[in-house]
Design a protein. Structure first.
Ligand SMILES: Cc1ncc(COP(=O)(O)O)c(C=O)c1O
Length: 464
């Protein structure tokens, strides 16, 4: 964004016609958008020719960076071969088939089938509808409720937004709809009680989940949906013992675990999938974003045999499974997915990301000493610093001071695109980032933090 009253020519035209998603529209109308007109590797350029490192990989998605020739060629060839094909009823095409086979081979968990969509939101809507359908099919029509977590982000369609646990996605939309429940956010730094150890914090949260399931009646609770690392909530990494303990409770009450790996899938956390990073045993997995490295939209829901069999069995009585999109498994998206998976494997992208992830996390850890930084957090090639007014107590700045937004603008001036989630500044660079580029990201990020420190000091915003 620009300073008020400095709309660029393209910015002015843009505002005349584009309804911006996720925007604070009144502010946007004053300041205008940052018009990105070109991208190559980990870099993007604005309309004035200024270059930026894309430190957030677009929206946590452009893992192979911009302008990849091989992917351009793949899309071109697939468009010439078969530009459209669908998967409804008895139709199929070999590209979606091959991608489903490949996903079954690379995603751990012994999944049986892959359901394709176009976005993380629709993948999670598919998940939630599938949980209802499955429980109805096996004669448990009461088992419908979905438990998500406060600060979760699962997308914006009706069901996904209902699972999302962030106020802006509910306010004004009359969401969440009924049958969605929210439990605690596992962010120890912000939500532990005075004197509470990380272990005790985790135990309290898991006990709360168990109490919630019991209070609702386990026979009415279908599934628990969770992102292994909560991205849009602020890059929140749970304590080590959180998921093992949570999974024990879920198993005890026959509540299925939907693993939302829309951000964490495909090498982001230092392993191919976060199921490996956190030792997860989910019933189903949502994938999107890095599946095609965002060259075209595509999502996938990994489905186990027992759910597929239940749906197949009931189809004898109910007829068609009435869910699917015109573009489910679109051949050009699927061809890109196949090529992206081939590149990940051929070029050892996940192993490289794991190695560079160590360098990236070491840089973040060094920032723990910065006077503005309350907590650093992350795994692999995703991380963040949370800026606070009082480092000793963790007291946050007044949100009206908009410190995160100020810091984001300074990073932008220094040629780095980050993301401000409140006063948390997130980083999630393309997985193809080099060692030198990781260093450069932190030069620019730290410069932005130092300029923010000068500003908050001048404004008298820091604790005395
Ligand atoms: C964990 C998670 N799930 C779902 C979504 C929604 O994905 P989309 O924007 O493609 O609908 C996102 C988007 O950031 C996400 O981070």
């Amino acid at each position: 964004m620009n300073e008020p009253g400095t709309l660029t020519p393209l910015g002015r035209r843009d505002l005349a016609s584009v309804f911006h998603p996720m925007a604070q529209i009144a502010t946007l109308n004053e300041q205008g958008p940052l018009m990105i007109v070109r991208g190559e590797g980990i870099y993007v350029w604005d309309e004035d020719g200024k270059q930026y490192i894309d430190g957030l990989a677009g929206l946590w998605c452009t893992s192979l960076g911009y302008g990849n020739e091989e992917l351009a060629q793949t899309a071109y060839e697939q468009i010439k071969k078969l530009s459209y094909g669908h998967l409804f009823a008895d139709k199929s095409h070999d590209t979606a088939m091959q991608l489903a086979e490949k996903l079954k081979a690379v995603v751990p968990g012994g999944f049986s089938k892959v359901f394709f969509g176009l976005s993380g939101s629709d993948a999670n809507d598919t998940q939630i509808k599938l949980m209802r359908y499955y429980n109805n099919a096996v004669g448990r029509p009461e088992k419908k409720k979905i438990i998500a977590r406060n600060k979760a982000y699962h997308g914006v369609t009706f069901a996904a937004a209902s699972a999302t646990g962030l106020a802006p996605f509910h306010q004004g939309f009359d969401l969440p709809v009924e049958s969605f429940l929210h439990t605690d956010c596992p962010h120890y730094y912000r939500f532990h009680e005075p004197g509470e150890s990380e272990e005790d914090f985790t135990t309290r949260l898991v006990d709360n989940l168990e109490r919630l399931i019991l209070a609702e009646n386990p026979d009415t609770v279908a599934a628990f949906i969770a992102e292994p690392i909560m991205g849009a909530g602020g890059v929140l990494v749970p304590p080590d013992s959180y998921f093992p303990k949570i999974q024990r409770v879920l198993k005890k009450y026959d509540v299925l675990f939907i693993d939302d790996e829309v951000i964490t899938g495909f090498g982001r956390t230092g392993n191919p999938f976060a199921v490996q990073t956190f030792d997860l045993q989910p019933a189903t997995i949502s994938l999107a974003k890095s599946l095609t490295s965002a060259y075209l939209p595509l999502s996938a829901v990994m489905i186990p045999e027992f759910i597929y069999q239940a749906v197949a069995e009931v189809s004898k009585e109910w007829g068609i499974f009435g869910h699917g999109f015109t573009y489910s498994g679109h051949p050009v998206s699927a061809a890109l997915g196949l090529k992206v998976l081939e590149i990940y494997e051929r070029d050892g992208i996940f192993e490289r990301a794991a190695r560079l992830g160590e360098q990236f996390q070491a840089h973040l850890q060094r920032l723990a000493d910065h006077p503005l930084v309350g907590e650093v957090r992350g795994k692999g090639l995703v991380g963040a610093c949370e800026l606070v007014m009082d480092k000793a107590t963790g007291q946050a700045f007044d949100p009206d001071a908009a410190v995160g937004k100020y810091s984001l603008a300074r990073m932008k001036d220094n040629g780095l695109i980050s993301r401000a989630i409140g006063d948390t500044l997130a980083l999630c660079p393309p997985l193809i980032v080099s060692a030198d580029e990781v260093d450069e990201i932190f030069v620019r990020y730290t410069k932005g933090l130092n300029e923010t420190l000068d500003w908050v000091t001048r404004q008298g915003l820091l604790a005395a």
